[in-house]
Write a protein that binds this ligand. Structure first.
Ligand code: DGL
Length: 272
Protein backbone atom coordinates (compact mmCIF):
# COMPACT_ATOMS: atom_id res chain seq x y z
CA UNK A 1 0.00 0.00 0.00
CA UNK A 2 1.44 3.40 -0.99
CA UNK A 3 2.04 5.99 1.73
CA UNK A 4 0.25 8.49 -0.52
CA UNK A 5 -2.96 6.42 -0.37
CA UNK A 6 -5.76 8.29 1.41
CA UNK A 7 -6.97 7.78 4.96
CA UNK A 8 -10.66 6.75 4.95
CA UNK A 9 -13.02 8.13 7.57
CA UNK A 10 -16.72 7.40 7.97
CA UNK A 11 -19.70 8.20 10.15
CA UNK A 12 -23.46 8.04 9.89
CA UNK A 13 -23.49 11.77 9.12
CA UNK A 14 -21.60 14.95 10.01
CA UNK A 15 -20.17 13.79 13.37
CA UNK A 16 -17.05 12.19 11.88
CA UNK A 17 -15.99 15.56 10.53
CA UNK A 18 -14.75 16.27 14.07
CA UNK A 19 -12.11 13.59 13.42
CA UNK A 20 -11.36 14.91 9.92
CA UNK A 21 -10.89 18.41 11.27
CA UNK A 22 -8.30 17.12 13.72
CA UNK A 23 -6.58 14.94 11.09
CA UNK A 24 -6.28 17.99 8.80
CA UNK A 25 -4.65 19.88 11.67
CA UNK A 26 -2.18 17.24 12.89
CA UNK A 27 -1.44 15.51 9.56
CA UNK A 28 -1.78 18.31 6.98
CA UNK A 29 -0.01 16.35 4.22
CA UNK A 30 -2.42 13.39 4.28
CA UNK A 31 -5.03 12.74 1.61
CA UNK A 32 -8.41 12.08 3.25
CA UNK A 33 -11.65 10.62 1.93
CA UNK A 34 -14.77 10.92 4.08
CA UNK A 35 -18.09 9.15 3.82
CA UNK A 36 -21.16 10.41 5.72
CA UNK A 37 -24.20 8.15 5.54
CA UNK A 38 -26.59 11.09 5.92
CA UNK A 39 -29.35 9.33 3.99
CA UNK A 40 -29.59 6.58 6.64
CA UNK A 41 -28.78 8.48 9.82
CA UNK A 42 -29.36 7.88 12.74
CA UNK A 43 -27.53 4.61 13.33
CA UNK A 44 -27.87 4.93 17.11
CA UNK A 45 -31.52 3.88 17.24
CA UNK A 46 -31.03 0.82 15.00
CA UNK A 47 -30.45 -2.85 15.89
CA UNK A 48 -26.92 -4.24 16.15
CA UNK A 49 -27.57 -6.33 13.01
CA UNK A 50 -28.46 -3.24 10.96
CA UNK A 51 -25.56 -1.19 12.32
CA UNK A 52 -23.10 -3.99 11.38
CA UNK A 53 -24.59 -4.21 7.88
CA UNK A 54 -24.33 -0.44 7.34
CA UNK A 55 -20.78 -0.34 8.79
CA UNK A 56 -19.64 -3.09 6.38
CA UNK A 57 -21.10 -1.19 3.41
CA UNK A 58 -19.46 2.08 4.51
CA UNK A 59 -16.06 0.43 5.01
CA UNK A 60 -16.33 -1.45 1.70
CA UNK A 61 -16.93 1.83 -0.11
CA UNK A 62 -13.81 3.38 1.46
CA UNK A 63 -11.75 0.28 0.60
CA UNK A 64 -12.89 0.65 -3.02
CA UNK A 65 -11.06 4.01 -2.98
CA UNK A 66 -7.79 2.30 -1.98
CA UNK A 67 -7.49 3.69 1.57
CA UNK A 68 -4.44 2.79 3.68
CA UNK A 69 -6.36 2.91 7.00
CA UNK A 70 -9.92 3.42 8.20
CA UNK A 71 -10.97 5.70 11.03
CA UNK A 72 -14.39 4.65 12.31
CA UNK A 73 -15.46 8.13 13.41
CA UNK A 74 -18.77 6.95 14.82
CA UNK A 75 -19.32 6.00 18.44
CA UNK A 76 -22.17 3.69 17.52
CA UNK A 77 -20.25 1.70 14.91
CA UNK A 78 -17.17 1.65 17.15
CA UNK A 79 -19.34 0.20 19.95
CA UNK A 80 -21.24 -2.39 17.96
CA UNK A 81 -19.33 -3.34 14.80
CA UNK A 82 -15.61 -2.71 15.31
CA UNK A 83 -14.71 -6.38 15.89
CA UNK A 84 -16.49 -7.44 12.67
CA UNK A 85 -14.71 -4.69 10.72
CA UNK A 86 -11.28 -5.58 12.14
CA UNK A 87 -11.82 -9.22 11.29
CA UNK A 88 -12.81 -8.52 7.67
CA UNK A 89 -10.41 -5.69 6.80
CA UNK A 90 -6.66 -5.97 6.31
CA UNK A 91 -5.73 -2.26 6.60
CA UNK A 92 -5.58 -0.73 10.14
CA UNK A 93 -9.04 0.08 11.57
CA UNK A 94 -9.26 2.55 14.46
CA UNK A 95 -12.42 3.29 16.45
CA UNK A 96 -13.20 6.01 18.96
CA UNK A 97 -13.81 4.02 22.17
CA UNK A 98 -10.30 3.18 23.33
CA UNK A 99 -8.61 6.53 22.63
CA UNK A 100 -11.49 8.49 24.23
CA UNK A 101 -11.64 6.22 27.30
CA UNK A 102 -7.87 6.50 27.83
CA UNK A 103 -8.04 10.29 27.67
CA UNK A 104 -10.94 10.36 30.15
CA UNK A 105 -8.99 8.19 32.59
CA UNK A 106 -6.02 10.54 32.30
CA UNK A 107 -8.15 13.62 32.98
CA UNK A 108 -10.63 12.47 35.65
CA UNK A 109 -9.32 13.26 39.14
CA UNK A 110 -12.29 11.77 40.99
CA UNK A 111 -12.50 8.52 38.97
CA UNK A 112 -16.13 9.33 38.08
CA UNK A 113 -16.71 9.50 34.34
CA UNK A 114 -19.93 10.32 32.50
CA UNK A 115 -20.57 8.71 29.12
CA UNK A 116 -23.05 10.31 26.73
CA UNK A 117 -23.88 8.37 23.58
CA UNK A 118 -26.57 7.05 21.31
CA UNK A 119 -28.98 4.38 22.54
CA UNK A 120 -26.96 1.65 20.83
CA UNK A 121 -23.67 2.91 22.30
CA UNK A 122 -24.98 3.14 25.85
CA UNK A 123 -26.74 -0.22 25.57
CA UNK A 124 -23.50 -1.84 24.36
CA UNK A 125 -21.58 -0.72 27.48
CA UNK A 126 -18.51 -0.31 25.26
CA UNK A 127 -16.87 2.66 27.01
CA UNK A 128 -17.61 1.29 30.50
CA UNK A 129 -16.17 -2.14 29.63
CA UNK A 130 -12.95 -0.71 28.25
CA UNK A 131 -12.54 1.72 31.17
CA UNK A 132 -12.97 -1.17 33.62
CA UNK A 133 -10.25 -3.20 31.92
CA UNK A 134 -7.84 -0.30 32.47
CA UNK A 135 -8.95 0.69 35.98
CA UNK A 136 -11.49 -1.35 37.96
CA UNK A 137 -11.93 1.39 40.57
CA UNK A 138 -13.34 4.00 38.18
CA UNK A 139 -17.13 4.49 38.11
CA UNK A 140 -19.10 5.43 35.01
CA UNK A 141 -22.57 6.86 34.43
CA UNK A 142 -23.98 6.27 30.93
CA UNK A 143 -26.82 8.35 29.48
CA UNK A 144 -28.41 7.82 26.05
CA UNK A 145 -29.11 11.12 24.26
CA UNK A 146 -31.35 10.37 21.25
CA UNK A 147 -32.29 14.04 20.66
CA UNK A 148 -28.78 15.35 20.10
CA UNK A 149 -27.93 13.81 16.70
CA UNK A 150 -31.07 15.23 14.99
CA UNK A 151 -30.28 18.66 16.49
CA UNK A 152 -26.77 18.58 15.02
CA UNK A 153 -27.94 17.24 11.64
CA UNK A 154 -30.40 20.16 11.49
CA UNK A 155 -27.80 22.76 12.45
CA UNK A 156 -29.14 23.56 15.95
CA UNK A 157 -25.65 23.88 17.40
CA UNK A 158 -25.48 27.41 18.84
CA UNK A 159 -25.20 27.99 22.57
CA UNK A 160 -27.99 30.54 22.07
CA UNK A 161 -30.40 27.86 20.91
CA UNK A 162 -32.75 27.23 23.83
CA UNK A 163 -34.04 23.89 22.51
CA UNK A 164 -30.51 22.49 22.33
CA UNK A 165 -29.62 23.98 25.73
CA UNK A 166 -32.64 22.23 27.30
CA UNK A 167 -31.81 18.88 25.71
CA UNK A 168 -28.17 19.03 26.82
CA UNK A 169 -29.20 20.06 30.35
CA UNK A 170 -31.61 17.12 30.57
CA UNK A 171 -28.89 14.64 29.58
CA UNK A 172 -26.07 15.96 31.77
CA UNK A 173 -28.25 16.25 34.90
CA UNK A 174 -27.77 12.61 36.10
CA UNK A 175 -24.05 12.85 35.36
CA UNK A 176 -23.74 16.08 37.30
CA UNK A 177 -25.69 14.64 40.25
CA UNK A 178 -23.37 11.62 40.39
CA UNK A 179 -20.38 13.91 40.86
CA UNK A 180 -18.55 13.13 37.59
CA UNK A 181 -15.70 15.50 36.72
CA UNK A 182 -15.32 14.33 33.12
CA UNK A 183 -17.78 13.58 30.32
CA UNK A 184 -16.96 11.48 27.27
CA UNK A 185 -18.90 12.95 24.35
CA UNK A 186 -19.29 9.36 23.20
CA UNK A 187 -20.94 10.13 19.88
CA UNK A 188 -18.87 12.08 17.37
CA UNK A 189 -21.77 14.45 16.73
CA UNK A 190 -21.67 15.80 20.29
CA UNK A 191 -18.39 17.77 20.06
CA UNK A 192 -20.20 19.85 17.43
CA UNK A 193 -22.30 21.00 20.42
CA UNK A 194 -19.20 21.79 22.49
CA UNK A 195 -20.22 25.43 23.04
CA UNK A 196 -23.61 24.30 24.36
CA UNK A 197 -22.00 21.74 26.70
CA UNK A 198 -19.54 24.36 27.97
CA UNK A 199 -22.40 26.79 28.60
CA UNK A 200 -24.31 24.15 30.59
CA UNK A 201 -21.35 22.47 32.30
CA UNK A 202 -18.40 24.80 32.70
CA UNK A 203 -16.71 22.97 35.56
CA UNK A 204 -15.65 19.62 34.08
CA UNK A 205 -13.62 18.06 31.29
CA UNK A 206 -15.23 17.20 27.95
CA UNK A 207 -13.68 14.48 25.79
CA UNK A 208 -13.94 14.97 22.02
CA UNK A 209 -14.02 11.38 20.74
CA UNK A 210 -13.33 12.28 17.09
CA UNK A 211 -10.24 14.27 18.07
CA UNK A 212 -8.86 11.49 20.30
CA UNK A 213 -9.38 8.87 17.59
CA UNK A 214 -7.59 11.07 15.04
CA UNK A 215 -4.58 11.35 17.35
CA UNK A 216 -4.59 7.55 17.88
CA UNK A 217 -4.64 6.91 14.12
CA UNK A 218 -1.86 9.41 13.59
CA UNK A 219 0.27 7.56 16.18
CA UNK A 220 -0.35 4.23 14.40
CA UNK A 221 0.58 5.63 10.98
CA UNK A 222 3.72 7.24 12.39
CA UNK A 223 4.77 4.04 14.17
CA UNK A 224 4.37 1.99 11.00
CA UNK A 225 6.11 4.57 8.80
CA UNK A 226 2.96 4.94 6.72
CA UNK A 227 2.64 8.72 6.63
CA UNK A 228 2.46 10.51 3.32
CA UNK A 229 5.82 12.09 2.39
CA UNK A 230 6.10 15.74 3.48
CA UNK A 231 5.11 18.25 0.86
CA UNK A 232 1.99 19.96 -0.27
CA UNK A 233 -1.34 20.13 1.56
CA UNK A 234 -3.19 16.80 1.36
CA UNK A 235 -6.42 16.50 -0.60
CA UNK A 236 -9.89 16.11 0.91
CA UNK A 237 -12.83 14.52 -0.85
CA UNK A 238 -16.20 14.15 0.83
CA UNK A 239 -18.85 11.61 -0.09
CA UNK A 240 -22.37 11.24 1.21
CA UNK A 241 -25.30 8.94 0.58
CA UNK A 242 -27.46 12.09 0.50
CA UNK A 243 -27.52 15.03 -1.91
CA UNK A 244 -24.97 17.84 -2.19
CA UNK A 245 -27.74 20.23 -1.22
CA UNK A 246 -28.21 18.46 2.12
CA UNK A 247 -24.51 18.03 2.74
CA UNK A 248 -22.06 20.65 1.50
CA UNK A 249 -22.95 23.81 3.44
CA UNK A 250 -23.35 22.07 6.80
CA UNK A 251 -20.20 20.01 6.24
CA UNK A 252 -18.18 23.16 5.43
CA UNK A 253 -19.45 24.79 8.63
CA UNK A 254 -18.55 21.79 10.80
CA UNK A 255 -15.21 21.25 9.08
CA UNK A 256 -14.16 24.87 9.09
CA UNK A 257 -13.07 24.79 5.43
CA UNK A 258 -14.73 25.07 2.03
CA UNK A 259 -15.74 21.79 0.37
CA UNK A 260 -14.14 21.64 -3.07
CA UNK A 261 -14.70 18.01 -3.90
CA UNK A 262 -17.99 16.17 -3.25
CA UNK A 263 -19.70 13.14 -4.71
CA UNK A 264 -22.93 11.34 -3.90
CA UNK A 265 -22.62 7.58 -3.39
CA UNK A 266 -25.07 4.73 -3.91
CA UNK A 267 -23.98 2.98 -0.71
CA UNK A 268 -26.37 0.05 -1.19
CA UNK A 269 -24.14 -1.33 -3.93
CA UNK A 270 -21.20 -1.93 -1.53
CA UNK A 271 -20.54 -4.70 0.98
CA UNK A 272 -17.72 -6.68 2.60
N1 DGL B 1 -21.80 10.07 15.03
C1 DGL B 1 -22.57 8.91 15.36
C2 DGL B 1 -22.03 8.28 16.65
O1 DGL B 1 -20.97 8.58 17.03
C3 DGL B 1 -23.99 9.32 15.31
C4 DGL B 1 -24.93 8.30 15.76
C5 DGL B 1 -26.16 8.04 14.97
O2 DGL B 1 -26.10 7.95 13.76
O3 DGL B 1 -27.19 7.86 15.65
O4 DGL B 1 -22.60 7.48 17.30
Amino acid sequence: MSNCAPIGVFDSGFGGLTAVRELRRILPGENIVYFGDNARIPYGDKSAETIIKYACQDAAFLLSLGVKAILVACGTVSSVAIDVLKEKISVPVVGVIEPAAKRALALSKKGMIGVLGTKATVKSGSYERFIRTLDGKVSTVGVACPLLVPLVENGYVSENNQITRLAVREYIEPIEKSGCDCIILGCTHYPLLERVFKAEWAEGELINTGREAAVALSDILKASDALSPDGSRGGLKLYSSDSAENFIDAAAMYLGEAIKDFERVDILSYGL
